[in-house]
Design a protein around this ligand. Structure first.
Ligand code: UTP
Length: 309
């Protein structure tokens, strides 16, 4: 197999988290609450995403923010009034909970201005990221902590250079909801060479059932490409289109795209059904809430669940 080497200065230290989307699938709640702030049990979805980045060694986190997303920055900042009140009451346990997000990562943010697409959102990170490879984690995509896919993607970047996508096999009829990758095998079962990319193809035109999900390791070359990427599907500047252009560029020039196959659990908290199942599943796994909730669910499902007819 062809051996490629990553570029010099290729340590990944920064995570970019785009959160400037409009969240229209979750209206009306997302009219005034960012979807990334919707609680997944008792933490907002974004807490899990930042925690995942930090666990993978990426404690420098840049939010690509949009209008009405101030709540996200506030969540990771101190709330001195609340802290003083809890301190006065001697409620150390709640004080720890309130301070946990402030200690998690170094949070930075930049505004996207207008939600012109995920590719445009990523381009806003250029100044902060500079000439280093970087990770992108979508703020509404949760990856089960039992499957630390980001670490594996970082290894693949180190090994092959270029950019690395996270690919998940989905039912053929669902592929139109995702970016889709044409792939060929490599020596490693969980790593695929990406040979083509297409955003949200109709099932009959999709080159595979591999969907791109919300984790990326990107070569900084992507910024040059994004600067010239025209609006694509849905009139948005698509990250998928920029990645497609990187496929045929030599690794020495920042090109080349691999995919890591993810077969763990992933939750899309921007989708109502997926959000509800995420909350139930994660709550069931918790020691403090799980036993009572599971018992209630069992009773509800067996006897009290309203029938659809
Ligand atoms: P989505 O496709 O989920 O779009 O974006 P959305 O607008 O947020 O949600 P819906 O489909 O209207 O419900 C994928 C990710 O890219 C970010 C979103 O915040 C989300 O994390 N994004 C998208 C931006 O930051 N800027 C954009 O212009 C578009």
């Amino acid at each position: 197999m062809q051996q490629t080497s990553p570029q010099a200065g290729d340590q990944v230290t920064k995570a970019v988290v785009p959160v400037a989307g409009l969240g229209t699938r979750f209206l009306p709640a997302t009219k005034s609450v960012p979807k990334e702030m919707l609680p997944v049990v008792d933490r907002p979805a974004i807490h899990y995403v930042v925690e995942e980045a930090v666990t993978a060694g990426l404690a420098d986190v840049l939010f690509i923010n949009g209008r009405g997303k101030q709540a996200l920055e506030d969540y990771f900042d101190h709330n001195t009034e609340l802290e003083a009140s809890l301190r006065a009451k001697g409620d150390e346990a709640k004080l720890r909970l309130v301070n946990e997000p402030t200690e998690l990562a170094q949070i930075h943010s930049v505004r996207q201005g207008a939600p012109l697409g995920l590719g445009h959102a990523v381009l806003m990170a250029q100044q902060h990221v500079g000439q280093e490879p970087f990770a992108v984690l979508l703020g509404d995509d949760l990856i089960d902590a039992a499957n630390p896919i980001l670490e594996r993607m970082l290894q693949v970047r180190e090994q092959h250079g270029g950019s690395v996508l996270c690919l998940m096999e989905v039912p053929r009829e669902d592929i139109a909801l995702y970016g889709c990758a044409a792939v060929s095998a490599t020596d490693e079962d969980d790593v695929l060479q990406v040979t083509g990319l297409v955003e949200k193809p109709p099932a009959e035109e999709a080159p595979s059932s591999y969907a791109i999900i919300g984790r990326y390791i990107l070569d900084p070359k992507v910024f040059d490409v994004l600067e010239r990427t025209e609006p694509g599907k849905g009139g948005e500047i698509q990250l998928t289109d920029a990645l497609a252009a990187l496929i045929d560029m030599p690794v020495e020039a920042g090109g080349g795209v691999h995919g890591v196959v993810f077969d763990g659990l992933r939750y899309d908290t921007g989708d109502r059904h997926s959000y509800l199942t995420t909350v139930i599943r994660l709550a069931c796994e918790r020691d403090d809430l799980g036993p009572r909730l599971r018992e209630w669910l069992r009773g509800y499902v067996s006897s009290e669940m309203p029938s659809a007819d």
